[in-house]
Design a protein around this ligand. Structure first.
Ligand code: FAD
Length: 585
């Protein structure tokens, strides 16, 4: 069928796992006729915020991009890395930048067990069907466990051993997690056992320079040494540098309109003549558009649902999208808690952010309504310093010690009139036993009920209703495990996430999923699970969705493995090219 001349073969919206994979695979086929639009910035090596001033500017908050904001900050525009959302009973942390969530992820690549796919997933998409795609994504992302420490004591992570000890104590199994962190090509990509020495640099197999992990514990605030295998260093890198795909950052897609035979907007069309994608250049605050034969929406769960709901309900440009749009949201059972000031070393400020997972009825002895995993988490040392100053008991203890040490030092000095050389020892006395080193950060996730709803609020922006109570058996089981961990380390305080306390009682997720779910029909979901039309929105030819929003249920495990596997599967359907881990480089 002859149609209008179009600017691109494909436009991909968003550069998280779903978007980067589709961008790369489509660019392998169509080269510079593929365009990726990303609302956030590029983050080259050493560009992530560290000072308080930089951190203050590293949040995402622009007009009309989230739920309604208080009047006094309505005009403030921030276009940083962290996009923090607050909804009914659920808060969320997501990311904006080239590479999406990979820029701040904790690197874990974990395939869920097969039984997870038995409820809520359409027939035909199960673990076995996705297995080859998991394998490829895992190879591209270079996922392997932390290297053994016996040959280099700097690789010893005390926290990992503590969680392993607790798992044994709690009659559970702890396994080292496969993490997408660069320990040199030989270790990360070639399957050999010898990592590249800490801090040395190499070009990875796709040509991007990376540094062998320095164990700084800063994965979640952006890795300044590019030791994390973020998407801008593999899928996006290959798509742009080897295949000529076009990337425009600071560009937020705002509208998708199907075209008619003559190439003009036709909201009644079904995509057979392509689409026009309208976007705002956030640098110049100007609106532009390009046309393409196909569009892949990969703006993440909140971004994709918002864009599509607005196209259906505000602009009326995609009126045939399924009535199921926005349904079956899941926070993937996320639950963060803290065991504070125990008697055992936990050292949560060293090494890759997550190193192991302990199974609670997710992989073995499966119990759907209380299936979760417990992961060890770390946080940057700068935050540990902040906690030292901010936490009253720790601050008081340090002040008392400081006064004692200074008094003793002063007495000796006054008596002898000479510098007695004990200042170093005094500083040691003051600083020792910090709060963080004996506190554990517990990151749990599991099979929540996945029954949240994403809708548009009165301002036409995304809103979430999370029926927390239906997932309460899971949260209770997680809390019980957390208390046992606290007792194990003889912690002084077990603190679930502060927002969990009444009267707020909010969950927080870093793994939002659902809303545009894969299904057999438009009556059940938004995108097709049929192998012939994988990931295509019901009612629209050439309109695909590929990101966390298409997962029909919580996966219990960290979700990027499954988001990546489904994205590879969809990209293969679009291009007809079987993927491999070389990315055509
Ligand atoms: C602190 C933290 C740690 C995490 N650790 C892990 C982990 O260890 N393992 C794991 O499996 N998962 C982890 N996650 C979750 C993981 O990051 C997400 O599940 C994953 O990134 C989702 O991928 P996605 O493709 O759905 O979209 P995203 O990665 O969310 O990417 C969407 C992209 O689209 C862009 N965008 C949005 N709207 C628009 C628009 N209108 N126009 C243009 N661009 C747009 C966004 O800026 C973003 O870059 C973590 C998340 C956080 C916050």
């Amino acid at each position: 069928m002859a149609g209008p001349n179009l600017d691109y073969e494909a436009i991909v919206i968003g550069s998280g796992f779903g978007g980067s994979i589709n961008f790369c695979r489509l660019a392998q086929k169509w080269g510079n006729k593929v365009l990726l639009l990303e609302r956030g910035r590029r983050y080259p090596m050493a560009s992530f915020a560290r000072s308080p001033k930089q951190i203050a500017d590293s949040f995402w908050s622009i007009d009309g991009n989230a739920v309604k904001r208080p009047k006094h900050i309505q005009d403030k525009k921030l276009r940083g890395l962290f996009d923090i959302r607050n909804y009914k009973k659920m808060d969320a942390v997501i990311s904006a930048g080239l590479g999406g969530g990979s820029l701040i992820y904790a690197n874990v690549f974990l395939e869920p067990p097969a039984h997870v796919f038995e409820q809520g997933w359409p027939a035909g998409i199960d673990k076995a069907a996705l297995q080859p795609y998991y394998q490829i994504a895992k190879q591209v992302l270079g996922a392997r466990p932390v290297p053994p420490w016996q040959t280099d004591p700097r690789r010893k992570i005390v926290r990992t051993e503590l969680f392993q000890e607790f798992a044994a104590h709690d009659n559970r199994t702890s396994k080292l997690a496969d993490i997408c962190v660069f320990f040199g090509n030989d270790y990360s990509y070639n399957g050999r056992e010898q990592p590249l020495a800490i801090g040395l640099q190499e070009k990875n197999r796709y040509g991007a320079p990376q540094t062998s992990c320095t164990y700084c514990g800063e994965c979640d605030i952006g890795c300044n040494t590019h030791s994390k295998n973020t998407l801008d260093l593999n899928y996006l890198y290959a798509g742009e540098h080897s295949h000529g795909g076009q990337i425009r950052t600071d560009c937020q897609a705002e509208k998708i309109v199907p075209l008619g035979a003559a190439g003009s907007d036709d909201p009644q069309a079904g995509g057979e003549y392509g689409y026009r994608v309208e976007f705002r250049d956030l640098e110049s605050d100007t609106v532009h558009s390009f046309t393409a034969r196909r569009v892949v929406v990969s703006a993440g769960t909140f971004g994709s649902n918002e864009l599509l709901l607005r196209c259906r309900d505000v602009f009326g440009t995609l009126p045939k999208l399924s009535a199921q749009l926005g349904r079956w949201f899941s926070g993937n059972g996320d639950f963060l808690s803290f065991a504070i000031e125990g008697k055992k070393e936990a050292d949560p400020n060293y090494g890759p952010v997550i190193t192991q997972y302990t199974d609670y009825h997710l992989f073995d002895r499966f119990q759907r309504n209380r299936a979760f995993i417990l992961e060890d988490a770390s946080y940057p040392a700068t935050l540990a310093w902040y906690i030292e100053g901010a936490f009253p008991t720790s601050l008081l203890r340090k002040l008392v010690r400081a006064v004692k040490a200074l008094t003793a030092w002063l007495k000796k000095y006054l008596a002898s009139g000479v510098w007695n050389g004990s200042l170093g020892f005094s500083l040691h006395e003051i600083l020792k036993d910090d709060l963080s080193s004996k506190s554990g950060v517990l990151l749990c996730m599991g099979l929540d009920n996945g029954d949240g709803s994403l809708t548009l609020n009165a301002e036409g922006r995304i809103d979430l209703d999370w029926p927390q109570d239906t997932s309460m058996p899971l949260y209770q089981a997680i809390l019980e495990a957390g208390k046992r961990f606290n007792a194990f380390i003889k912690g002084k305080l077990f603190l679930p996430l502060p927002t969990w306390e009444l009267p707020v009682k909010h969950n927080v997720t870093v793994h939002p999923l659902g809303g545009c779910i894969l299904a057999d029909s438009a009556e059940k979901g938004v995108v097709s699970a049929d192998p012939q039309s994988r990931g295509q929105a019901f009612g629209y030819q050439g309109l695909y969705i590929a990101d966390g929003s298409i997962l029909p249920s919580a996966v219990g495990a960290n979700p990027i493995a499954t988001i990546s596997a489904t994205a590879e599967w969809i990209a293969e359907g679009i291009t007809g090219i079987a993927p491999d881990a070389s990315l055509g480089v």
